[in-house]
Design a protein around this ligand. Structure first.
Ligand SMILES: O=C(O)[C@H](O)[C@@H](O)[C@H](O)[C@H](O)COP(=O)(O)O
Length: 231
């Protein structure tokens, strides 16, 4: 595991540079195999980057986009990561991309897993580019510390797992840790001094404590993780 930090003087520059990096990786994948897969995070951090990425000059019709994780709400809900992605990324040029939704109308993600896992047959495997966020508790994707399903989601051979966060709202569906770390390009997108400090603490923590920090468990298995950060 190695971390490469990319620090920017403001969030706008970070968004543009991260978008340019993602676009380059997607173009390389399309040139190599004719198709490219991208998994994006939700939450508050990515909207500006999505807006910068959506006009990148690439053949979006060859790109398959999904989420790293989704809250178990319908796509018109204010907390939906799909809604965030549709409104901010799947517009302009990127409207031509194929989007794979991670929700259906079943009551829980646990019941829906098999159907949604089958949808991901459209997604290149490994996923060419995975963008991770990080929560204030050290979670990434929906790998939450102390969740009952955490160990299974860190060891599963499936693409997806259902997770019940101990504190955060909504049940979740998430890429499993093995699915994330199989990607050749894992990019971490975080902002603010407290997240920088948290990530550095997680990476420095004694290995016995790493279960408190799912982000560390993921990055320990990535040969080179690039962190994009601005205050
Ligand atoms: O659905 C989600 O909550 C995410 O995909 C999640 O893993 C997110 O990346 C972090 O919670 C950071 O969220 P913020 O960007 O809102 O701080």
């Amino acid at each position: 595991m190695a971390l490469q930090w990319h620090e920017f003087s403001n969030k706008e520059t970070l968004d543009q540079q991260l978008a340019a990096t993602i676009a380059d990786e997607l173009k390389k994948a399309i040139a190599a195999r004719g198709t490219a897969g991208l998994a994006v995070s939700g939450g508050r951090t990515p909207a500006g980057m999505f807006k910068a990425l959506r006009n990148s000059d690439l053949d979006w019709s060859r790109v398959v986009i999904t989420l790293v994780d989704e809250r178990w709400v319908q796509p018109d809900h204010a907390d939906s990561n799909e809604r965030l992605t549709r409104e901010n990324l799947l517009q302009d040029g990127a409207a031509a991309a194929t989007f794979v939704s991670l929700v259906n109308t079943q009551a829980t993600p646990h019941e829906a897993l098999a159907e949604i896992e089958a949808r991901l047959a459209k997604m290149p495997n490994p996923i060419d580019v995975v963008i991770l966020g990080m929560g204030d508790d050290g979670h990434t994707a929906s790998l939450f510390p102390a969740a009952a399903e955490l160990e299974a989601a860190c060891e599963s051979t499936a693409l997806l797992a259902a997770v019940t966060p101990p504190v955060a709202p909504h049940q979740r569906i998430t890429l499993t840790l093995p699915t994330i770390v199989k990607s050749p390009k894992v990019l971490v997108h975080i902002t603010g001094e407290s997240k920088k400090e948290l990530l550095l603490n997680a990476m420095a923590a004694n290995v016995a404590l790493t279960e408190q920090y799912p982000i560390r468990r993921v990055l320990d298995q990535v040969p080179l993780a690039n962190v994009f950060w601005a205050a």
